[in-house]
Structures are given as C-alpha cells and as structure tokens.
Design a protein around this ligand. Structure first.
Ligand code: NAD
Length: 366
C-alpha cells in the first residue's frame, strides 16, 4: 500500500478539530500517511510575529501536497491574509471548488453538479492598493489627471484590478483540461467585459481563444450578474465555470449556499508543482473547542487530495460514506439538521466515527 508525506496545517479556531476528524477518515482508507504538521495562523503570529512562517512554505515545497485547515485573517493593518500569501508564494493558480447536490441536504435544488475554476493569483486580489491620503495615492491621481481622468480626488482609495494574458490563458487551459479529464461537457466563462472592457475583456477573449483547442467541450460565457440570477434559477444547466479571482470567490460561496451550506464545500488550490486542499469555509471561531462544527468539507477536501494523488478508489470510498451519512441525516452536525438547535445533532468527532464505521461496513460487505 502506498504511503504519502503530506504537510498538515491544522489552522485556527475550529480548524484543529475538523482536521483531526479528516485525518482519521483518511487513515481509515488504509492508505499510509506521514503527516508533517506545521503551525500557521494566530498562535504563531502571537509567538513569532509572522502568520505564515517560511518553514511552512518550505515544508509544502518538500512534500508537494498540503492539507490545510482554515486560518483566521487578523483585522490588523499591515498583516496580509496567510491564505493569499500561500497561494501567491506557491503559485497555486487554480482554485477548484466543486458544488454537488447531496440527497438529504436542505436545499431547493437537487441536481446541481458544477465545478468552479477560479483564477487564484491576480485580479483585485493582486494587493496593488493605494491608501487615502498617502503620497502614492496623490501621485497616482496626478498621473491620471494628466491623462484626462479629471474627476478623481485624493479623498479616495484605489485597489487595482490586474488581469494578465498569461494568467488568463493558463486558467482557461486548466479549465478545459479539467473538463476533458473529468468527462465534463461545457465550460462557461464568467466576466463583466461589457463594463471592464480591457481587464475582463482580456479574460474573456483569451478564454474564448483557448476554447478553440477543445472542440469536444462546449464553450459559452455569462456576465457575472446574470450568472448569479441564472444560478439561483437553473443551476443544473451549468457544468464547469471559469472565473477571475473575485467573481470566483463570490460565486463559489453562492454555489455552496445552493447545495445547502459551507459545511460540505471543499476546495483544491493547484499549481504546476504544489497543491493545497482546504474547505471553502473559514475558522468559525465562535465554536472553537466545542466539538460542534461540520468536518465534512475538510473530509471532502481530503478526498480531492486523494484524487490528486491518484488514489481514486480511496477517494470514492470516503465520498460515498459521507453521502450516505448525509442522506440518513442521523449522525450529522447542527448545520445539516432542519433546525440549528436540533438536540439530535452530533459533534465533529462523532461524524468522523460514523463515516469510518460506514467505510468499514462497506469494505466488510455489510
Ligand atoms: P466562516 O466560514 O468561518 O463562518 C461563516 C458561518 O458559517 C458561521 O456562522 C459559521 O459558524 C458557519 N460555519 C463555517 N464553517 C462551518 C462548519 N464547518 N460547520 C458548520 N458551520 C460552519 O466565515 P467568517 O466568520 O467570515 O470567517 C472567520 C475567519 O475565517 C475570518 O478570519 C476569515 O478571514 C477566515 N477565513 C479563512 C478562510 C481560509 O482559511 N481559507 C476562508 C474563509 C474565511
């Protein structure tokens, strides 16, 4: 049986609890793991003054694969999100966020099966920002005045939307390769090129060009506001969506809501050399230490990691067991119960117990 070295970042808030539950489920597949545990986040920030120590990046460069719990972003000026830094430093340019309907979830929709492919490195997340009152802001406004943008004042702040041809090309290629490898039929590009003609226009035209190399995959595009409406009306009509960073972030929370909540929404951050798997949700800090939150998104992220490692059977084993536990509705956390204060809701570790038990029963042919 294969064995894998995996960097593990337990994360902040409820991260360590869901991580432990996910590690137990991954180990129950019978695959061997050497977990290289690395701390990042608030505790390290308080101790060492950095939220993401260099040794964490080095560890991922060494193991190539990382399972990551959510990290709290401190609301302090000057501290950049560890999540954004990780994605940038490792050039994890593709963020995959599947949204799949599960029987038993409380949702108006039952046949959703779509995959968000979000560009992960640029757009409004490039970090090119100019603060109100700063000399740089005054200089930039002056420069813009000289080019005819007369109505701008320095009593403002600017965040730049940076979209490059190369990043658009590689995310589009990634989306079509993903669609081909996973027997998907259609890729839809999401943009606002009617207003942002140059930045979103470049994203759209580049994606449309890449589409020509994949004649077996249908291609179309939607303006982001219209996409929101269509996703709430007919989500089952969509398959693979490819989006710039900000729209991808927002639309993937929308699709997580459509399938019934963040508790089951996983994600993968993929680059040429490294991959980081994490739930879409954050650290849910108010439930820290209460054995309360849903570990399924973390477990599904682990299953995505197994697929990345080529361990398809093990991934399917976990995904099936979780789906069955959701469908039965018994051993699930509060968020999957009809009412949030349902007394029959179980805790994080009991969900893991039930899933592991189900995997064993399936293997034993019961
Ligand atoms: P959140 O996702 O932590 O919580 C939003 C809501 O969803 C809360 O009501 C929470 O209780 C619920 N929730 C979240 N995960 C759940 C789970 N597994 N089971 C059941 N309910 C769950 O979002 P937030 O409160 O906006 O963010 C908290 C912190 O997490 C912030 O500092 C934010 O920056 C950070 N964050 C980190 C990541 C990441 O590490 N990738 C992603 C999003 C947010």
């Amino acid at each position: 049986m294969a064995s894998y070295r995996v960097t593990v970042i337990p994360g902040d808030g409820t991260g360590p609890e869901i991580m432990q539950a996910a590690q137990r489920v991954l180990e129950a597949t019978g695959i061997g793991f050497e977990w290289v545990v690395q701390e990042a986040g608030q505790a390290v920030l308080e101790r060492e003054g950095v939220i993401l120590p260099e040794r964490v990046i080095e560890s991922i460069k060494d193991t190539k694969v990382c399972l990551k719990g959510p990290l709290t972003t401190p609301m302090l000026r000057g501290i950049r999100s560890a999540n954004v830094t990780l994605r940038k430093n490792l050039d994890l340019y593709a963020n995959i966020r599947p949204a799949h309907s599960y029987a038993g979830m409380r949702s108006r929709y039952s046949r959703v099966d779509l995959v968000i492919i979000r560009e992960n490195t640029e757009d409004l997340y490039s970090g090119i920002e100019f603060q109100r009152g700063s000399p740089e802001m005054a200089e930039l406004v002056q420069w813009l005045h000289e080019r005819g943008y007369q109505n701008l004042t320095t009593d403002a702040a600017i965040s730049m939307k940076y979209i490059s041809f190369e990043a658009s090309r590689r995310i589009a290629k990634f989306a079509f390769e993903y669609a081909t490898a996973n027997n998907r039929r259609k890729v839809t590009a999401v943009h606002k090129s009617n207003i942002m003609r140059f930045s979103d226009g470049l994203f759209l035209s580049t994606t449309a060009d890449v589409a020509k190399d994949y004649p077996n995959i249908q291609f179309d595009d939607r303006i982001v506001d219209s996409m929101c409406m269509q996703l709430t009306q007919r989500p089952e009509q969509y398959d693979v969506l490819v989006l710039p960073n900000l729209y991808g972030d927002i639309i993937s929370d929308l699709t997580a809501g459509i399938i019934g909540g963040l508790g089951v929404a996983p994600s993968a951050n993929i680059g040429e050399n490294y991959a980081v798997f994490e739930p879409v949700h954050g650290s849910a800090p108010r439930y820290t230490g209460q054995n309360k939150v849903n570990p399924m998104a973390m477990m599904f992220s682990g299953a995505l990691m197994l697929r990345h490692l080529g361990e398809y059977q093990a991934a399917i084993q976990i995904e099936r067991a979780i789906s069955e536990i959701i469908a039965e509705g018994k051993f699930v956390t509060y968020d999957l119960k009809p009412h949030q204060d349902d007394r029959t809701a179980v805790g994080t570790s009991e969900v893991a117990d039930a899933i592991i038990e189900r995997m064993r029963a399936v293997r034993a042919g019961k």
